[in-house]
Design a binder for this molecule. Sequence first.
Ligand SMILES: CC(C)(COP(=O)(O)OP(=O)(O)OC[C@H]1O[C@@H](n2cnc3c(N)ncnc32)[C@H](O)[C@@H]1OP(=O)(O)O)[C@@H](O)C(=O)NCCC(=O)NCCS
Length: 165
Amino acid sequence: MVHERNARLWKRALLVGAGLKPPGARNATPEDIPALGELLSNAFLGTTDDSGQVETQYGSKAVAIVGGRYGEWIPAASWVYEQTGSLRSACLVCDYKPYGCPVIAIVATTPSHQRLGHGGTLVDAALRSLAALGYRECCAMISVGNEPSERLFASRGFLPKPDCL
Ligand SMILES: CC(C)(COP(=O)(O)OP(=O)(O)OC[C@H]1O[C@@H](n2cnc3c(N)ncnc32)[C@H](O)[C@@H]1OP(=O)(O)O)[C@@H](O)C(=O)NCCC(=O)NCCS
C-alpha cells in the first residue's frame, strides 16, 4: 500500500503496447468504494500490513486513493473482478508524482479467491493500460516481509530499489 513505513519502492519499465480488458474484469469506479473497503478489510486481515484497521478505515483509504490524495487516480488503469454485491479482486493505480511514475496503490484479492491468478491478471491489465496511456514506468511500494506481494511484483518484472527503504 502506498505510504507504508518499512517499505521498499519496486519499479519496472513498461513496453509500448495496447490495453486489453481481461475477460470478466472491468475498470474500477468511485461506486466501488464501499465494496473496496470490504475487500481490503478481508484481504489485509492477518497480513504483515494488518495493524488492526477496520472496514471503515479501509473504506477511507479507498476514498483517499480515488479522491487523488496519492496523486491523480487513473481509473483507466484500475481494474476489479466483481462478484454479486462484492469484489473478488482489485488493483488501483494513481499518478503519484514523488515516485516519478504511476504507482499501484493497492492490489488485493479476497482470501477465498487468492492464488487463482486474479491479482496477477489485474496487475498485468494495469501495466498494459498504463503503457497504452503512454506511461513508461510503473512502481509499487511494498512492505518488507509481505511475501505474497513481493513475489507477485517480482513475477511481473518489478525490481526493488534498495536505496528507497
Ligand atoms: C498479494 C495478493 C494481492 C495476491 O493476489 P492473488 O490473487 O492471490 O495473486 P495471484 O493468484 O495472481 O498470484 C500471482 C503470484 O503472486 C505470488 N503469490 C501470491 N500469493 C502468494 C502467497 N500467499 N505466497 C507466495 N507467493 C504468492 C505467486 O508468485 C503467484 O504466482 P503463482 O500462484 O503462479 O505461484 C493477495 O495475496 C492479497 O490480497 N494480499 C493481501 C493484500 C496485500 O498485501 N496486497 C499487496 C500490497 S497493496
